[in-house]
Design a protein around this ligand. Structure first.
Ligand code: AMP
Length: 230
């Protein structure tokens, strides 16, 4: 790989014009590597959720079940490749007929991809990775999580709201966890005119995994075959 400044150096503005160009090349090569590794994979379902859930926690079992159901319905399962609910979803998809994908991110504390992600694409740049999640997915399923999960959720909602992304369900699993967030969206953002009533319709909150699969399958019918596989 071409030597280039780290993400931290670039974001802090500690770069010369030449280093900025090297950084740009690293962005391009990261995209290229993802395209090569994921190839013609289509209609994946990205599953997001907390990195901090232990395998003993009931939510981990829910994550495994979510991954299993999506994989059994024939959709590749794409996660951040890390621990917690990412690992759970990859575990549910592991050993089935679809790829169990981990889009890992290089973080200051070194972490390996979880052992259930069998197709792993490493990233240094968060924004490149976020684009790749969307590019290879036809739906986002979001389990309970923290800042990382909310970032991924609101990225998708913004793309849909602004018309950059169409026919793209966003399903929040866990009514107890998510009801407070949805209430806040309604009582603060909608009431204050910051979003429209139809923006709230972009989200489905459910505990019902049959409903999750029905929504994904219904939406897939809207997707046209690719004209080319990058
Ligand atoms: P959080 O909800 O803050 O625990 O962050 C989880 C989300 O952010 C996941 O869906 C990942 O895409 C990303 N993320 C956070 N930590 C990691 C990690 N250690 N490895 C991979 N992805 C991570």
């Amino acid at each position: 790989m071409i030597p280039h400044p780290t993400e931290e150096q670039f974001l802090a503005g500690h770069v010369t014009p030449d280093e900025s160009r090297e950084w740009l090349e690293s962005v391009e090569s990261e995209f290229e590597h993802a395209f090569q590794t994921l190839g013609g994979m289509r209609l994946g379902v990205s599953v997001f959720g907390s990195a901090r859930v232990a395998p003993e926690h009931p939510r981990y079992a829910l994550g495994v079940e979510v991954g299993r159901r999506i994989a059994e319905a024939g959709f590749p399962v794409i996660t951040g490749g890390g621990p917690g609910l990412m690992q759970a979803a990859n575990k549910g998809a592991h050993g089935r007929d679809v790829p169990s994908v981990g889009l890992t991110i290089e973080l200051p504390r070194e972490e390996q991809a979880n052992p259930y992600a069998t197709t792993v694409v490493p990233f240094e740049h968060f924004f490149v990775r976020k684009t790749v999640f969307v590019r290879y997915s036809c739906a986002f399923v979001t389990l309970p999580g923290g800042f990382g999960t909310l970032d991924e959720l609101f990225e998708a909602l913004t793309l849909i709201q602004t018309g950059k992304l169409q026919n793209f369900p966003v399903i929040l699993i866990g009514t107890e966890f998510w009801s407070g967030v949805v209430e806040w969206l309604r009582d603060a953002l909608l009431a204050d005119g910051k979003i429209s009533p139809r923006d709230l319709d972009l989200i489905t909150v459910t505990d019902d995994l049959d409903e999750m699969i029905r929504i994904i399958e219904a939406c897939v019918e809207c997707h046209t075959p690719p004209s080319s596989a990058l």
